[in-house]
Design a protein around this ligand. Structure first.
Ligand SMILES: [Zn+2]
Length: 106
């Protein structure tokens, strides 16, 4: 029996994060929150994602910055909420109510 498998690396964009001054280009721009992960695949079907990392990428120059595991949930939830609002899937009032419930860890 022959098995065809391997390890693939993927990056997916979650959504826009916060407006920050970039440490590289010094411009105030939105940070794009992205997730990278590796996964085993068997017969070209991805299985078992592992080595998940979340990072931000400057929307002006593309410089990437790691996000700590303590802040991962906050940035992922913020990016998903911003994306809902930008795509007009939630009203402005609901957006600000939900945003108030997000707490940024120090
Ligand atoms: Zn930048």
């Amino acid at each position: 029996m022959i098995f065809i498998g391997g390890v693939n690396s993927k990056v997916r964009e979650i959504g826009p994060g916060e407006l920050e001054t970039c440490s590289h280009c010094s411009k105030e721009s939105y940070q794009i929150i992205k997730e990278s992960y590796d996964s085993f695949s068997l017969f070209f079907i991805p299985l078992l994602p592992f080595n998940r990392k979340i990072f931000s990428s400057c929307s002006n120059c593309g410089t990437q910055k790691a996000i700590s595991s303590e802040q991962r949930t906050y940035y992922r939830d913020l990016a998903q909420l911003n994306l809902l609002y930008l795509n007009n899937l939630i009203e402005e009032k609901e957006y600000f109510l939900r945003k108030q419930t997000l707490k940024k860890p120090q």
